[in-house]
Design a protein around this ligand. Structure first.
Ligand code: URA
Length: 433
């Protein structure tokens, strides 16, 4: 059968800054997925999109075409509403771990399809795999059953969801086109819409440890994703949150699980508790359950109970000791003063170089590796006081981890230091243009 369009015609249209028609978009996404458009042609189109952008209609159609490339899940048979959260990724971002059981304990089911980490930001599945016995892979039926029984599932996305995105994301990774906001927005939202959640809260990270380094580009991404969700009938809200310094006091798989359990037990670092509760309130409101206060469910132990059931349902032992690294190295303060900067990217790179993350997707990760923080920006410190503890099984990794931290720590007299707010902005539904 003759093809409806020609790849070169579509590339030239975007190169010349023209709007792509619905039919061109449907065709190019489908033809690329089935191999009729070559990688080099899709690379040229992705670069033209990065340089010349797409409008709301084009992004919405592109997202719909990626959704149509695979299966769609359906949670409408569940007895309670569903809400999911997606973070654009940051250092020490373990929020999904306490958040999913907390929202489940409030009566809203959380179907959280997560990924493994690549580069300096950790993956939620890598963190949970630090728990002895825990399994990431569930069939769609098992996922549905667990959502009904426990109310929360965190598992690997199956290969059937948005296969066009899998192929395109791998291509963007090697062609310098990851940063195109229309492509990031459609990539994330195609998977979330195909997953079938009724409501979605986006945590768009801003700062050195995030994809988006400034508030303006983060807001543009958030606006685009909120519009896509809204157009697809998913109640969608975004919070823009600070990622200039790590979240909480740990970055690394087992270390982050330990900290998440502390939060569920009613303790844990103030910033992790604040963001977990803020996102839970947004998820509950988006799912129509703002009559429940998640802070109460953290305090009364019901979120911890939901966590234990969620871990056990996937083969994990919630009472097992978490793996710890064989070697540690303490980084101390070089002077008396106020810690004015502890850079998220520096800590993320250090954790990665210690073995908590992977360089290639087939690499293994160390469950016990990572960085523990003993101070946060704004804290007064004394020369010689421990600032960080580095954890790894392989002590030869300390040198490169220390090198990545060299420019990431600043101690000053504190004059002019202003603490950064955690939640920087909120983006809610926009009317269709
Ligand atoms: N995460 C995704 O799933 N896709 C992107 O394009 C970027 C981040």
């Amino acid at each position: 059968m003759a093809e409806a369009h020609d790849a070169v015609e579509v590339i030239i249209a975007k190169r010349e800054r023209r709007e792509l028609s619905d039919s061109q978009i449907d065709w190019v996404v489908d033809a690329y997925t089935r191999g009729a458009v070559a990688d080099e042609q899709m690379s040229a189109l992705a670069m033209a999109i990065l340089l010349n952008g797409m409008n709301r209609r084009e992004i919405s159609r592109w997202t719909a075409a990626m959704i149509a490339s695979g299966e769609r899940m359906d949670f409408s048979a569940l007895s309670r509403p569903t809400a999911d959260k997606h973070s654009t990724g940051g250092v020490g971002d373990k929020i999904t771990l306490p958040l999913a059981p907390l929202v489940a304990a409030c009566g809203v089911a959380v179907p959280q399809l997560s990924g493994r980490g690549l580069g300096h930001t950790g993956g939620t599945l890598d963190k949970l795999e630090a728990i002895p016995g825990w399994r990431a892979d569930l069939s769609n039926e098992a996922m549905l059953g667990q959502l009904e029984d426990v109310g929360a599932v965190i598992c690997a996305a199956g290969t059937g969801l948005a296969p066009a995105d899998k192929k395109l994301y791998a291509l963007r990774d090697v062609t310098g086109t990851v940063e195109a906001i229309p492509l990031i927005a459609s990539s994330i939202m195609s998977k979330k819409i195909a997953e079938g959640t009724g409501a979605l809260v986006l945590d768009v990270k801003v700062g050195s440890g995030a994809f988006m380094k400034d508030v303006e580009s983060a807001r543009e991404l958030a606006d685009s994703m909120v519009a896509l969700g809204t157009d697809a009938g998913v109640t969608t809200v975004a919070l823009l949150t600070d990622m200039s310094t790590p979240l909480g006091l740990t970055a690394g798989n087992g270390l982050e699980v330990r900290e998440s359990v502390e939060v569920l037990q009613g303790g844990g670092p103030a910033d992790v508790v604040e963001l977990t509760v803020a996102l839970a309130r947004e998820m509950l409101a988006a799912a129509g359950r703002d009559d429940v206060d998640p802070a109460d469910k953290l305090a009364d132990g019901s979120a911890l109970d939901a966590w234990r059931r969620m871990i056990a349902a996937q083969g994990g032992d919630p009472d097992a000791d978490l793996p710890t690294a064989r070697e540690t190295h303490v980084v101390t303060a070089e002077a008396d003063g106020v810690l004015t900067r502890l850079d998220a990217m520096a800590v993320g790179l250090a954790a990665w170089r210690l073995g908590a993350g992977r360089a290639r997707k087939e690499d293994p990760v160390q469950a016990g590796a990572g960085v523990e923080l003993h101070a946060k920006p704004g804290d007064r410190v004394r020369a010689g006081q421990p600032l960080l503890t580095l954890h790894t099984d392989e002590p030869e990794r300390f040198e490169r981890a220390l090198a990545s931290l060299a420019d990431g720590i600043e101690i000053g007299d504190g004059a002019g230091f202003a603490p950064q707010s955690l939640v920087l902005d909120r983006v809610a539904q926009t009317a269709r243009a």
